[in-house]
Design a protein around this ligand. Structure first.
Ligand code: NAD
Ligand code: GLY
Length: 368
């Protein structure tokens, strides 16, 4: 273990709830880095059956080396497990082990574990500290930062949850070595999202470096993670509880959430649904006259180059609309879309139904 690994330090500035993001290769085993953020003696590591055999031992050893007592909680894997039953399993162990308010919860895994652990931490004894140790690209570039926590309800994605910030985020980029290619692509969707909603040259950088990112080039991935965290941290600093601006981080998600719920959670990966959702949002932006077709085409090409789907499933127009009305951004049943006006400049808006139907007709896969 190289304890002198180069670490990039970022900060999410939220007054008394500010916290650092540490990004580096092989930093999971750095007991000082971890233990510094654990106030009490006990730590519950929440992870799953896929991640535990890969990284639990290293994390546990490094916390124990710092004098902490570790309680591992291993949940089943998968988006369909981001539910009430899994949350109860966490509470069952915490209570059986007599964990008190000084116990720190550590989320070791992807966005599913991170969101669920964060919500468990927000609710257990009305709030205990937690640390994000994201191990997927999606979690390192997006879900571990910003304090959105929660679980799914059968009627809607992420519908039960809380804003609850971690003590810190520790992103070990070496964990990406074991990540399946499809999961890497899912994370790249959120990287593309950050490029598309930000003016400046990040979108162009992603276009230039997509081959390297897909090939897991460590330097390219490290830069993509750093820029994504910087962009997200700045949006969250300005609008922690999504009073307005933060909704731009949902570019592609209104369509994406409908795909996830419409097909059943876990059928498409969240990042795949977001990738396709961005292609649809770009199409709609063009139809609204906000963006030129060349820019929409750049988004579609980039999503495709990341290895993500660009053709949406045929859920039926009515079902599509119903599903999008459940979106948290919807107000009085009116669907709010994040569109680009133009590329790099997101706007939050409603659209005429005829435009939406035209986008659905253009982007949806029809059988036969
Ligand atoms: P995930 O947590 O299901 O992880 C994907 C798969 O990779 C799982 O099978 C997992 O066990 C496995 N895995 C994790 N790390 C690994 C590693 N290093 N090597 C090998 N396999 C590994 O999915 P995800 O894409 O990380 O996250 C998706 C979730 O994040 C969704 O539930 C989504 O709603 C949520 N999300 C939340 C936010 C937020 O702001 N809170 C933002 C974006 C997404
Ligand atoms: N992923 C959207 C947000 O964190 O606000």
């Amino acid at each position: 273990m190289n304890h002198k690994a180069q670490i990039t330090h970022l900060q999410v500035e939220l007054g008394e709830r500010s916290y650092p993001i540490e990004i580096g290769q092989n930093i999971l085993g750095d007991s000082n880095l971890l233990a510094r953020h654990v106030a009490g003696k006990r730590v519950a590591i929440i992870t799953n059956t896929v991640v535990a055999p890969l990284y639990l031992e290293a994390l546990k050893t490094s916390l124990e080396a710092a004098g902490k007592q570790v309680i591992p909680i291993i949940l089943p894997d998968g988006e369909q497990e981001k539910n009430w039953e899994s949350l109860m399993k966490v509470f069952d162990v915490l209570l059986a082990e007599k964990c008190d308010r000084q116990t720190t919860l550590v989320a070791l895994g992807g966005g599913v574990i991170g969101d669920l652990t964060g919500y468990a931490a927000a609710s257990y004894m009305r709030g205990v500290p937690f640390i994000q140790v994201p191990t997927t690209l999606l979690a390192q570039v997006d879900s571990s930062v910003g304090g959105k926590t929660g679980i799914n309800h059968p009627l809607g994605k992420n519908m039960i949850g809380a804003f609850y910030q971690p003590q810190c985020v520790i992103a070990d980029t070496a964990a990406l070595n074991t990540l399946p290619q499809q999961e890497l692509a899912a994370g790249l969707a959120e990287v593309i999202k950050h490029g598309a909603i930000t003016s400046g040259d990040f979108f162009t950088w992603i276009e230039t470096n997509m081959e390297k990112l897909v090939a897991k080039d460590p330097a390219a991935l490290a830069y993509a993670i750093q820029r994504s965290c910087e962009i997200k941290a700045e949006v969250v600093r300005q609008d922690e509880r999504e009073g307005g601006l933060r909704a731009i981080l949902n570019f592609g998600h209104t369509f994406g959430h409908a795909i996830e719920a419409g097909l059943g959670y876990g059928e498409w990966l969240h990042g795949e649904a977001v990738g396709c959702g961005m292609v649809m949002a770009a199409d709609l932006s063009c139809r609204m006259g906000f963006m030129d077709e060349a820019s929409s085409d750049r988004i579609r090409k980039l999503v495709k180059a990341a290895g993500l789907p660009v053709v949406a499933p045929d859920l039926g127009v009515q079902r599509w609309i119903e599903l999008m009305q459940v979106d948290k951004k919807a107000t009085d049943g009116e669907i709010q879309f994040i569109l680009l006006k133009p590329l790099g400049f997101p706007v939050i808006t409603t659209v005429p139904q005829v435009m939406l139907e035209a986008t659905l007709a253009a982007c949806v896969k029809r059988d036969g």
